[in-house]
Structure formats: C-alpha cells, structure tokens
Write a protein that binds this ligand. Structure first.
Ligand SMILES: *Cc1c(COP(=O)(O)O)cnc(C)c1O
Length: 355
C-alpha cells in the first residue's frame, strides 16, 4: 500500500491533538461516580449549555447514550419508531431489545429523514392486541443515508405529532454539530424540543473518547443511574473529559472545512467513469459512492464491486468502508486535509486506468 495513506473510513479515526493530550495530562480529576471529578463536571456543564439543555451526562460512547435514553423513555414490549437505516437499530448490537426489551418499528424514508405523516402512521393505535409505541428517534445528521440533514421545520412537525400523541422524541445527534454547520445554525437550535439529545465528542469534533447525553435535570439524574447499571460509571474520567472540552470548544468551527472537502471529493469521484455519486446530495462530511461494473470493464469482480474498488483504493493509499455490495462510504475529517486526499486520488486514477 502507498504511504502515507489517508483514512476516510470514518471521522472516528481522528486522533487527539497535542493541546488535547496536554489538557489530559494536566486535568484536575476526582472520583466521578462520587460526583467529584471537576473536569467531568465542567464538560457536562459546557455540553448542556452548547445544547441549550438543563443538564448533560458524559458517557463512554454514543451507543450507550442512545441506549440509556431509550431505556428511560420506553417500557419493555413497546416500539421504537425510527428510520430503517437508523444507527439505533442497525449498529447498536440489538441493544434496545437485549437491554430494554424494545422492538424497532422501522420506516422506509427518503434520505433517512422521517416525515411527521410517517411518524403519525407508525404510532400504534390504543388497542389491547398490539404493542404500544414508546419513543420516536430522529438521527441528525443521518449516517447511512450519507450525512443528510433535517430541515428544522420538519423536526417541528414531528415534535408536534409526538407531543399530541404523548410520545417522547430522542435525538441521535452523533453528528449534530455537522447538521448545525450545514444549516448555519446552532446545535442548541437543532436540539430544542427533544426529550433527550446525544452528541458524539469522538467523531468529527476530535476527542479520543466519549459522548454527551443531554436533557432536563430529572432525566439526566435518572440517566446517571442507568449509566452505572450498564457499567459506564467512570472514576477519574476527567482525563477524557479534558479532551472532550477542547473538542466541544474548538471542534465545531472546523467542520465547515470538512464539508467543503466532502463536496469537492464527491465531485472528483463522480468524474471517474464507473463511479457514481451525487455531489448535490453531499450535505455534510459523508460521501456515498456507488461502484458500477463499468469500473471493471463491464464485469462484476468476484467478491463484489465495493470490495474490488476498496482494494484498488487501498493500493492507492486511500481507506474507506463498504456499506453494501456496491456502495462505499467516505468521511472527511480534520486529520484528512485535502493535500493528503489529492495525491491518493491521483494514484487511484492511475490504479483504475491500469485496470
Ligand atoms: C457513531 C454513531 C453513534 C454511536 O456512537 P459510538 O460512540 O460509536 O457508540 C450513534 N449514532 C450515530 C448516528 C452514529 O453515527
């Protein structure tokens, strides 16, 4: 493989910056299960402020944040309404069923974005022979749909339906700051009205570990109990929170550049015969590319189109992930500047024309 490679598998591959490592080394810490870690407390306060909520909880992962929320919002045997390709249903190890006895009620959507009418239609009627709806989950940006963004009016319509039907709505905002950047608004604006909000510090914002789960004080108090139940009570976690604070303060302003790079990358890939992308669909830092047989002289290689393309990309020093037999995902981030992507693309074009 050509060196140095550029890793576009995910924005989770971002490494802590020198400033983060210094802050980690110097962090004031205490036992956070006793509520005595001042750095964790500062991160939770900063997170609550950034999201416009009363309180926030530092959790080890986005998955744990989402699952704590679902556990608190819905009773065992009830349904979770979400998009068919939602992270909570596809990539959390069946946790909603395994931990909380919940059933996914998935909805086929356009670009991963639910509509109020779809949510309304998915809510169970109040009859004695059908499981109840427990909670609605919105994912913003939507990962598997390619980093798509909810327009705020669409969210308001969904929240209005949920409120009328007495249902809580959880926001899986792993990449909420990317959505805010794309819309030119704040994360707090996009988080308003939800019963709970999860954001990832460890993705494009650049922290090594951790997510935040925010809501009102009573919710976060209960969430702290469930976090401990799941084994997520951490002791001198200020070492991690110190990096999270820098990610939260400095990360959001760097996202616009990731988005510009994604749009540019989509255009470059679309220009390669045999690859299909829709540059107009690239709203944030995720690019989905369809690999067609034309890339391989009209043949579908053994092992599939995506795998064969990724092997060529790897030879060129560029890493991405398959998300279906013919689709690959590339994610731009702060550790993949355009100067590193460009030479990899040049080598990739050479690899491809060599056949
Ligand atoms: C990454 C991600 C999560 C979960 O984050 P982990 O920290 O990897 O558990 C949740 N939701 C979405 C939309 C994500 O992209």
């Amino acid at each position: 493989m050509a060196e140095p490679f550029v890793d576009l598998r995910s924005d989770t591959v971002t490494r802590p910056t020198p400033a983060m490592r210094r802050a980690m080394a110097e962090a004031e810490v205490g036992d956070d299960v006793f509520g005595e870690d001042p750095t964790v407390a500062r991160l939770e306060a900063a997170g609550a402020a950034a999201l416009g909520r009363e309180a926030a909880l530092f959790v080890p992962s986005g998955t744990m944040g989402n699952q704590i929320a679902l556990h608190l919002h819905a009773r065992p045997g009830s349904e979770v309404i979400c998009d068919r390709r939602g992270h909570v249903v596809l990539y959390e190890m069946g946790a909603m069923a395994a931990i909380s006895g919940l059933l996914p009620h998935t909805v086929e959507t356009e670009r991963g974005l639910l509509t109020a009418a779809q949510v309304e239609a998915a809510i169970s009627p109040d009859v004695t022979y059908k499981s109840r709806t427990g909670v609605v989950v919105i994912e913003n940006t939507h990962n598997m749909a390619g980093g798509t963004v909810y327009p705020r009016p669409r969210i308001d319509e969904i929240l209005a339906v949920a409120r009328r039907r007495g249902l809580p709505v959880h926001l899986d905002g792993a990449r909420l700051f990317n959505a805010a950047t794309a819309l030119g608004t704040t994360a707090a604006d996009l988080a308003a009205g939800f019963e709970s909000v999860m954001i990832s510090l460890s993705k494009a914002l650049g922290a090594p570990v951790g997510s935040l789960l925010a809501g009102d004080r009573a919710f976060v108090h209960e969430a702290r109990r469930v976090r401990k139940m799941l084994g997520g009570g951490m002791r001198q976690a200020g070492i991690l929170a110190a990096a999270g604070l820098i990610a939260l303060e400095e990360g959001p302003s760097l996202l616009a550049r990731d988005h510009e790079n994604a749009a540019w990358l989509a255009g470059e890939l679309a220009a390669i015969p045999g690859l299909a992308t829709d540059p107009a669909a690239v709203a944030t830092n995720i690019v989905m590319v369809r690999v067609t047989p034309a890339l391989f002289g009209g043949e579908t290689p053994d092992g599939g189109l995506a795998a064969a393309f990724l092997a060529k990309a790897r030879e060129a020093g560029l890493l991405a992930v398959p998300i279906s037999p013919e689709t690959v995902r590339l994610v731009t981030h702060r550790d993949a500047p355009r100067e590193r992507i460009e030479p990899a693309l040049t080598r990739l074009r050479t690899e491809i024309s060599a056949g």
